[in-house]
Design a protein around this ligand. Structure first.
Ligand code: SF4
Length: 187
């Protein structure tokens, strides 16, 4: 899609926030760009993503792909990106000014890719998209809207690597998304 390629080109040379100073690569979103069933939004690229210039290629990404497989969902029906496109030093959380500087890349990706459902992964992505400061444990378990698109918030896979007992809630959240996708002809 030409507009998305233009946006990607803009991102690759972006220096709008301090994260450009420590990045190896800009990590633009990847996946199905033609109205995917799900767009996942994570927090920020990590070391492996920064090296590979691709989101969710590390252990968190593998866990996400494995769980999608388990619940019968094809990753080719998804698009995946992050709230900021450059890796924060030492994998710290992005600062508010960095989230703000990168927000138009996120908004434009969502507008152009036009997913049927958005899934925010973890506190940073969920709070950033919903413009709230509520904990992820209180944001998950219900439907939100971003413009007219349904959104489900859930835990970040990196949290599940540290707390595998919470994976059942992640599966529950994704199952709700699949139920909506299966049951709604309007999406
Ligand atoms: Fe630009 Fe976003 Fe990278 Fe900041 S994080 S330099 S706004 S692409």
């Amino acid at each position: 899609m030409k507009e998305l390629l233009v946006l990607r080109e803009q991102a690759l040379s972006c220096t709008a926030c301090n994260l450009h100073k420590s990045r190896t690569n800009v990590v633009f979103g990847v996946g199905n760009t033609n109205r995917p069933k799900i767009c996942f939004i994570g927090e920020a690229p990590g070391e492996k993503e920064d090296d590979a210039a691709e989101p969710f290629v590390g252990r968190s990404g593998q866990l996400l792909i494995n769980i999608l497989k388990e619940i019968g969902f094809n990753k080719h029906e998804t698009y995946i990106t992050n709230t900021v496109l450059c890796r924060p030093p030492r994998n710290r959380q992005p600062f508010p000014e960095e989230l703000a500087a990168c927000e138009h890349f996120l908004v434009e990706q969502l507008r152009l890719v036009n997913p049927k459902v958005i899934v925010t992964l973890g506190t940073t992505a969920s709070q950033h998209l919903f413009k709230v400061t509520t904990k992820i444990s209180q944001l998950r378990g219900k439907w939100w809207k971003w413009n007219d698109t349904p959104v489900r918030a859930t835990f970040h896979p990196s949290f599940l690597l540290r707390s595998p007992n919470m994976t059942k809630f992640f599966r529950e959240d994704l199952s709700e998304v699949l139920l909506l996708l299966d049951s709604s002809n309007n999406l």
